[in-house]
Design a protein around this ligand. Structure first.
Ligand code: ADP
Ligand code: ZN
Length: 730
């Protein structure tokens, strides 16, 4: 048989099918070892056939299969081709998405426990007679095994010393090997039981169950109880013998979801995300693959869970930008989910209080069935949001980080014994160090960005690369010793709280405090157990969390994300503010939100204050239509990066010329075509240029294939990335 193999090398030169001869027992989808350019390397079998054009003397043979199972299902293979088509990925990069990365190169293996039991060749009586009276420990061990049946060897060695070894040598004991699970979040506490569904929940559940092969948009305000609906749907799907995927946007949200899922479904749940140890990820993947677990819970990458016979895929907080992979291999999780849902004829549920604009638009067009959950559980009111104008505050002489309103609310919240969450979308102490005399700003030598001051480490850090710098006390240019700091970050807020409330415990959750394994859980558990009264954090604390004692949410610089100049900034800001606000007053006590801003009149903030998604949607969708932005068009960015600026420009110009030609054949569908330096001109010492294109949504797929081809002209020193509707145009 001839097998078609994609070799595991991520390079465009070899990203094509190579033919090999192999015995009939190899399977399509299997990982194999193959001879390639005088080496032995790993590859994936993606097809088989009777004949090849490769002459006999050139045809090499497959060496051996790498796993005892077939790693990739037919579904995964067609998904890979689809991703390759849609996003212009290398096939190998797409295939790599489907298996834990450390499985490649055999860097991770199963671990086994050894279990001892009495050999089936003897009865215990026979052994005891043979042993006689001398071998006391050995007799004890045999008697013990008679009682317990079998026991792991580690325990037996502890109890009986070398007796086990001796008995094994004599053949009286059989040792069996069973895979040992490395289980993530082992000590996670269990949680409360199922709720009786409210009318809204019941209605949502019934609608979904009435047709389990449709896509739904579950549009429910924060605290409307979407999770319980997910759990019930999954329960039914599992009962019918199918499998399920449950996605949450951030690793920090997985423990809580896992807690709920484990209490409901026990061992049937496996978790997949990049924060697990290599062994854990491998074992969880294996459990799904073998069908020992039929529910995959996790962040973005869990969409590739090796499950067959899917019954439902749920994407919670559907609007979240973490669902879009922004580095190679680029893909949109929702697009992958739609593919898998169609392939399996299964249900897709997208949940959000603030659906992304295009998803809501498509729901109004009938692509998703819209289900509303307009009120919070038990008619609990949404929190009251107060906008505070910080420029007014300054004019009245308050230069502090907190407005008078926020300070008063905090006092009251703490005095009542409640909890507060303070949100600031920047880590570190302050966003920059600048000399007010000469205008010098401390910048990264390799990136086109200002450095962030981190007081705790007493360093200046670049948030775009790993560079660290000594803190400056005087301006290196004019020697002025009074440097000005930029806008506040999480560290500064915590420090300020210490001066205001020295006796109050404060927790901080941001990138810097969550670098160690399971640190998310530690912080969130501590807050949940009310070991601290205030939690300060970045967008990590914005979504999903459900803390009943939080009655105050402070948003310290609410308009920060409005300053980005791309078309998504209003949408992102609205979503973020609604999500953060939604953390307040989720239980019996009414919640409050204080939103500090310099642009209180901006429609985005006004509508976020009223928590009126539909009004926001109407305003924003009209704007998008008038200005030709998604979902009415597709924005394409082709990004060029290289250490040499000129090489970027040369390659870009070559592509641009071809694209201009394509444009001429589609005069009505090309709404925009420009080339330029990126706003962030340099990152990690690489220059950045881009071509921006806007295509009419209907013909985007078709035209893009030609644009992709145009970008196949390569230069070794320039990397080229095509993105569809990029989340970030910096
Ligand atoms: P959402 O995801 O829509 O923001 P959650 O699913 O987190 O909301 O639910 C909010 C809170 O309401 C949770 O504490 C949850 O335990 C509780 N809850 C959910 N459904 C019910 C119900 N039917 N009865 C009582 N409490 C419920
Ligand atoms: Zn840098």
């Amino acid at each position: 048989m001839i097998y078609e193999v994609i070799v595991d090398i991520s390079s465009s030169n070899v990203d094509k099918v190579f033919d090999y001869y192999g015995e009939d027992f190899f399977c399509v989808g299997q990982r194999v070892l193959v001879p390639f350019a005088n080496k032995q390397i790993e590859g994936f079998i993606v097809g088989k056939k009777e004949h090849t054009d490769v002459p006999d003397n050139k045809l090499k043979s497959l060496l051996l299969p790498l796993d005892e199972y077939v790693a990739l299902s037919p579904e995964m293979l067609s998904l890979a081709s689809y991703l390759q088509y849609k996003y212009h990925l290398r096939l190998i990069d797409a295939l790599r998405l489907f298996i834990p990365s450390q499985m490649r190169g055999g860097k991770v293996k199963e671990v086994f426990s050894k279990t001892a039991s009495i050999s089936t060749n003897y009865t215990s009586q026979q052994i005891l007679i043979e042993l006689g009276k001398k071998a006391k420990k050995q007799v004890e061990l045999i008697n013990y095994l008679v009682e317990v049946g079998s026991q792991d060897t580690i325990t037996l060695n502890k109890m009986f010393g070398v007796a086990l070894n001796a008995l094994t040598k004599k053949g009286y004991i059989d040792i069996s090997f069973t895979p040992r699970q490395r289980t993530p979040y082992k000590s996670l506490s269990q949680t409360k039981q199922a709720h009786i569904l409210t009318t809204d929940q019941q209605n949502a559940y019934d609608t979904i169950m009435s047709n389990l092969s449709d896509p739904y948009l579950l549009f429910g305000v924060t605290g409307s109880g979407k999770t319980e609906v997910y759990l019930r749907v999954i329960e039914q799907v599992i009962a019918s013998g199918k499998t399920a995927i449950m996605l949450v946007p951030e690793i920090s949200l997985t423990p809580n979801m896992l807690r709920l899922f484990r209490s409901r479904f026990g061992e049937n749940v496996a978790i997949l995300h990049s924060g697990l140890s290599v062994g854990e990820r491998f074992d969880e993947w294996q459990r799904l693959k073998r069908g020992q677990a039929r529910i995959a819970v996790g962040a973005r990458s869990a969409i590739f869970a090796p499950l067959q016979n899917l019954g439902v895929i749920i994407i919670d907080e559907q609007h979240d930008s973490s669902y879009i992979s922004q580095s190679n291999p680029r893909y949109d999780t929702q697009v992958v989910a739609e593919f898998r849902a169609k392939y399996n004829n299964c249900c897709l549920v997208l949940g959000s209080a603030t659906p992304s604009l295009d998803t809501f638009y498509y729901a109004t067009k009938g692509k998703y069935k819209l289900i509303n959950m307009p009120s919070r559980i038990n008619e609990r009111p949404l929190p009251k949001v107060e906008l505070v104008d910080m420029s007014l505050e300054m004019r009245m002489g308050n230069n502090a980080l907190f407005s008078v309103t926020l300070k008063n609310e905090l006092d009251e919240c703490l005095a009542k014994g409640n909890q507060a969450m303070l949100f600031v979308n920047r880590r570190g102490y302050s966003s920059f160090l600048m000399c007010p005399k000469c205008g010098y700003v401390a910048k990264c030598k390799d990136c086109d960005v200002a450095l962030t001051y981190h007081k705790e480490d007493n360093q200046l850090k670049c948030h775009y690369c790993k560079n660290r710098y000594k803190v400056l006390d005087v301006c290196p240019v004019c020697k002025n010793n009074k440097l000005r700091q930029g806008r506040m970050g999480t560290e500064q807020v915590v420090a300020y709280l210490k001066t205001l409330y020295p006796e109050v415990e404060v927790l901080r959750m941001d990138f810097d405090t969550t670098q160690t394994k399971e640190s998310h859980v530690r912080i969130l558990d501590a807050f949940s157990l009310r070991k601290a009264q205030i939690l300060v954090g970045t967008q990590m604390i914005a979504k999903g969390h459900d803390f009943p004692y939080v009655t105050l949410v402070g948003i310290l610089d609410g308009d920060q994300s409005l300053y980005h100049s791309d078309y998504l900034s209003s949408e992102k800001t609205y979503q973020l503010l609604t999500q953060v606000s939604g953390r307040s007053g989720r239980d019996k006590q009414v919640g409050k939100v204080v939103l500090q801003t310099y642009t209180p009149k901006h429609y985005c903030l006004q509508l976020a204050k009223d928590q009126d998604y539909l009004a926001f949607y109407k305003k924003e969708i009209n704007l998008r239509e008038a200005t030709n932005f998604p979902p009415f068009t597709e924005v394409i960015r082709i990004l060029y990066t290289s250490p040499t600026s000129q090489k970027c420009v040369d390659l870009l110009n070559k592509h641009y010329a071809v694209i201009e030609n394509i444009k001429e054949s589609y005069p009505n569908d090309f709404l925009f075509l420009q080339r330029m330096r990126c706003p962030l001109q340099r990152i990690e010492n690489k220059h950045r240029y881009q071509i921006l294109i806007k295509l009419s949504a209907d013909s985007a797929d078709q035209i893009l294939q030609q644009i992709y081809q145009a970008t196949d002209i390569q230069d070794k020193e320039v990397s080229v990335f095509c993105e569809r509707n990029p989340q970030n145009l910096s």
